[in-house]
Write a protein that binds this ligand. Structure first.
Ligand SMILES: Cc1ncc(C[n+]2csc(CCOP(=O)(O)OP(=O)(O)O)c2C)c(N)n1
Ligand SMILES: [Mg+2]
Length: 332
């Protein structure tokens, strides 16, 4: 694995802080009704992404996830201003403003969405891995889903085929304790989701998803296994989300004390503590990072606000394949 140097810790701190503040800004814009529809935020789960990115080869590896999908593409190199513009429905967005919160996508950056149907992306991720194997690209696909999605039948079909064909895929369950409001304890008679891999003889195990070092180590092993042709791995990341399932969640299913308990092992704080302990940065250097993060979030907001909404006719351009189906009424 690439060593976890001072630079890595500083990057983790800046990236995770940016993702957190980016999501906080989205929450504020949602309350102002500048973002409509659903909005699912990633606060608390950042280490799962930071650790994975450290282990990935971004020149060929890919990622696919569910609807909690704003910051992953940013981590993979998509311009955050375009992600924010997408959320505001602007034409400068990653899907020209037509996808919105649950559908961030950038094939160019290896980010395959953004899926609103719970569990639907699991076989799609296996399919992307199939293409990589078929075309011998050497790429590995990280396929993310939640603890709620782990109870879907699509998981079992995808696990079986991925093992049978030894596909270069890593399945990652982000167990944040709850589906919409249903705790893991209430969805099955066992709480060790990683054990679902055992039925397929898939290498599997639990990981401390609040610690980017632990995530990077587990992901590195899984990615290496997939890259050398030994097939999939299933990792259960034990993590937590601080905010509600979506913006309209009264959170009656958990106590404020529980949320505060998890904040004691906050991934950003853990990384900052190491930076301070090992004297990787002075107080003023940390302050400079904090300021940079706030400036970039503000820049994203300004870009998104100042961008135009798409022309209404754009919807006909993207729904139909005009070249192959010219008879469809794509221009009314
Ligand atoms: C097939 C399907 N069933 C139900 C829903 C409604 N729904 C949206 S999110 C969700 C909970 C999923 O929870 P989890 O997989 O743990 O992901 P998290 O939101 O915690 O990240 C449900 C039931 C849906 N979108 N699709
Ligand atoms: Mg969940």
């Amino acid at each position: 694995m690439k060593p976890i140097t001072k630079e890595v810790y500083l990057k983790w701190y800046e990236d995770m802080l940016f993702w957190r503040k980016f999501e906080d800004k989205l929450a504020a814009l949602y309350i102002q009704q500048k973002i409509r529809g659903f909005l699912h935020l990633y606060n608390g789960q950042e280490a799962v992404l930071a650790g994975a990115l450290h282990a990935m080869d971004l020149s060929k590896d890919k990622m696919i996830t569910a609807y909690r999908n704003h910051v992953q593409p940013i981590g993979m190199g998509v311009d955050p201003r375009r992600v924010m513009a997408e959320l505001l429905g602007k034409v400068t967005g990653t899907s020209k403003g037509l996808g919105g919160s649950m559908h961030i996508f950038s094939k160019e950056h290896g980010f395959y969405g953004g899926h609103g149907i719970v569990g639907a992306q699991i076989p799609v991720g296996a399919g992307i891995a199939f293409a990589d194997k078929y075309f011998e690209t050497g790429g590995v696909t990280l396929t993310y889903f939640g603890d709620g999605a782990a109870r879907q039948g699509s998981l079992h079909e995808a696990f079986n085929m991925a093992m049978n064909w030894k596909l270069p895929v890593v399945f990652i369950c982000e167990n944040n304790g709850y589906a919409m409001g249903t705790s893991v304890e209430r969805t099955a008679n066992h709480t060790d989701i990683w054990k679902l891999g055992l039925g397929y003889e898939m290498p599997c195990g639990p990981v401390d998803g609040m610690n980017p070092v632990k995530v990077a180590e587990a992901m590195n092993e899984a990615i290496e296994r997939a890259r050398r042709g030994d097939g999939p791995t299933f990792l259960e990341m034990k993590t937590y989300r601080y905010r509600g399932h979506s913006m309209s969640d009264a959170q009656l299913y958990r106590s404020k004390e529980e949320v505060e308990e998890y904040k004691k092992i906050d991934p950003i704080t853990q990384v900052l503590d190491i930076i301070k302990e090992k004297q990787y940065a002075t107080d003023s250097e940390i302050e400079a990072i904090d300021n940079r993060v706030v400036d970039l979030v503000n820049e994203c907001e300004k870009f998104a606000e100042e961008s135009e909404f798409p022309d209404l006719n754009i919807m006909y351009d993207v729904v139909y394949d005009q070249e192959n189906y010219p008879f469809l009424p794509h221009k009314l």
